[in-house]
Ligand binder design. Structure first.
Ligand code: DC
Length: 216
């Protein structure tokens, strides 16, 4: 039996996979990697250097320099960085470099929860558990608006929705590792579900798999 346990979580931006990943990593005492931050780090490096996002060789260099231990969410979480990340994420050579780092991370005992777009399909196709977390674009836009307003900001619902739809199209439409559920992924639609309910549903799936693994 392998010594690591891997939980792969994929889904579109704003579906709640990040929160779910954190809760599951805490609960099962696993390492946690938000792989979106790795693409964001590459995009951020290019933006800082004032380079165009389609400068593939600069993006490859930035990808090689990504240190998983030093991903700073406070810098990388900016909306513009997410948009830019989605653009650099189309380049296969950039993906290869980051995927290798993500796989190494997943291999370290006791295992990990990784969330992203291609974890169950490409990064960890042998993951013990695969979850595909989704919600309608409208629900995701409303959550984003609430989040912005809760910290005193203002935003326009229709603009957020248009952004989300555009990002979905880019992430699902790219040729290399497009966002899609793995054939053996459990689908969790959080449109009508609070995060607590999604967490409980995921735990039921995982506990069942762990029980079977212990019987084996
Ligand atoms: O999850 P996020 O919003 O931080 O991701 C930012 C972008 O990075 C996303 O729009 C596409 C890309 N990404 C990817 O291509 N593959 C992943 N595993 C994670 C993110």
């Amino acid at each position: 039996m392998s010594t690591t346990f891997t939980i792969a979580i994929d889904g579109p931006a704003g579906a709640g996979k990040g929160t779910l990943a954190r809760r599951l990593a805490d609960h099962y005492r696993l390492n946690l990697l938000d792989t979106g931050l790795t693409y964001r780090a590459v995009a951020h490096a290019l933006l800082q250097l004032g380079l165009p996002l389609d400068n593939v060789s600069a993006a490859e260099t930035a990808a090689r320099q990504v240190d998983l231990a030093k991903l700073d969410r406070s810098v990388l979480s900016a909306h513009a960085v997410g948009e830019a990340a989605s653009k650099v994420a189309v380049f296969p050579s950039v993906r290869r470099i980051l995927v290798e780092k993500q796989r190494d991370f997943a291999k370290a005992p006791p295992g990990a929860v990784l969330d992203g777009r291609d974890i169950g399909t490409v990064v960890c196709p042998d993951a013990d558990i695969k979850l595909y977390v989704t919600a309608t674009a409208e629900v995701r836009a409303k959550r984003r608006l609430d989040e912005i307003e809760s910290i005193g900001g203002t935003a326009n619902f229709n603009e957020i929705l248009a952004d989300i739809v555009r990002r979905d199209e880019r992430d699902m439409g790219r040729a290399d590792s497009p966002l899609k559920p793995a054939a053996d992924a459990h689908l969790l639609d959080t449109s009508q579900m609070a995060i607590e309910a999604a967490f409980l549903a995921a735990r039921a799936i995982i506990d069942d798999a762990l029980a079977k693994r212990n019987e084996a």
